[in-house]
Design a binder for this molecule. Structure first.
Ligand SMILES: C[S@@+](CC[C@H](N)C(=O)[O-])C[C@H]1O[C@@H](n2cnc3c(N)ncnc32)[C@H](O)[C@@H]1O
Length: 272
């Protein structure tokens, strides 16, 4: 199978999730709070991103645009990009309802240099991003291509060490290899989406990739970015493992009975 058919399968899955996420029956997306101006960036992003006022910002894999609207509220001139037509449609509608101006562009991350070539001061991409992308070196090149000289990438996502694990019989078990070749993705089947909404999905299959920290860092360095911050966190804004417990502000952590492992990775990298 070629990369295009991996993308098509994944996009069908995302297209089906969009109306469930827009409905937000479980409150996972804090849609009403976002539209009413109460929701902000998560505490990890807020403490690490820095001042974005007046900056031209590209939000890659913006999904239904709620995060993008928070970025505009923090002062950025934001463009969101996502390959799901329904997600982009929902993002435009939320932007209109909230009265917050943002631009939303439909397309694949790998086509960003053609779709949104204007140089950006910041590329922002967080939580559920590179697992959907087969080639991490090319991802880094895309980011370098759309950043202005001196521009910043901010990235935060689940840690590859955590992505290797599954909770089985109450224990975390190393289940998946630590790196996924671009041409041989992990194949997942999930009957429902991750928000806790039990609406069954028809397009249950997805293809995903685990990218080791070394490949993320080497890809960015090879693309001409300098890493100015790299952090690991014991928190995630969703619960990949049932055993996780609330850690405040919408984050989750492992229970005290389990050895600490890094659950999230965040970095700032600057185009030289
Ligand atoms: C978990 S969501 C990201 C959530 C996002 N961080 C937010 O702020 O809501 C993943 C998104 O990636 C998008 N996506 C997956 N693969 C993509 C690709 N190759 N190009 C563009 N978007 C992609 C999906 O459509 C989906 O909206």
């Amino acid at each position: 199978m070629g990369q295009q058919s991996f993308f098509e399968t994944n996009c069908r899955n995302w297209e089906e999730r969009v109306p469930i996420h827009v409905r937000d029956a479980t409150g996972f997306y804090e849609t009403e709070a976002t539209l009413a101006g109460r929701a902000t960036l998560g505490r990890i992003e807020a403490s690490e991103l820095g001042d974005i006022r007046g900056r031209r910002l590209l939000h890659l894999q913006c999904h239904i645009g709620l995060g993008t609207l928070c970025l505009v509220r923090c002062g950025a001139q934001a463009t969101g990009l996502d390959f799901s037509p329904r997600a982009i449609e929902a993002a435009r509608e939320f932007s209109r309802r909230a009265g917050i101006a943002a631009r939303f562009v439909e397309g694949n991350v790998y086509d960003a240099p053609t779709l949104v070539p204007e140089p950006f001061d910041i590329v922002y991409t967080t939580w559920g991003t590179i697992t959907w992308l087969p080639d991490i070196a090319r991802w880094a090149q895309v980011i370098a291509a759309v950043l202005a000289p001196g521009g910043l990438l901010y990235f935060a996502d689940d840690h590859p060490s955590a992505q290797m694990l599954e909770q089985i019989d109450g224990r975390l078990v190393a289940t998946y290899p630590w790196r996924t070749p671009p041409e041989a993705p992990l194949v997942f089947e999930a009957a429902t989406t991750y928000t806790g909404d039990r609406t069954p999905l028809a397009n249950t299959k997805t293809y995903q990739w685990i990218h080791p920290v070394s490949e993320i860092v080497s890809g960015l360095l090879a693309a001409g970015l300098q890493i100015e911050m790299l952090r690991e966190h014991e928190l995630l804004p969703w619960k990949p493992f049932q055993m996780m417990v609330p850690a405040g502000d919408g984050y989750y952590r492992l229970p005290d009975s389990v050895s600490r492992i890094p659950l999230a990775l965040s970095l700032r990298a600057r185009k030289t």
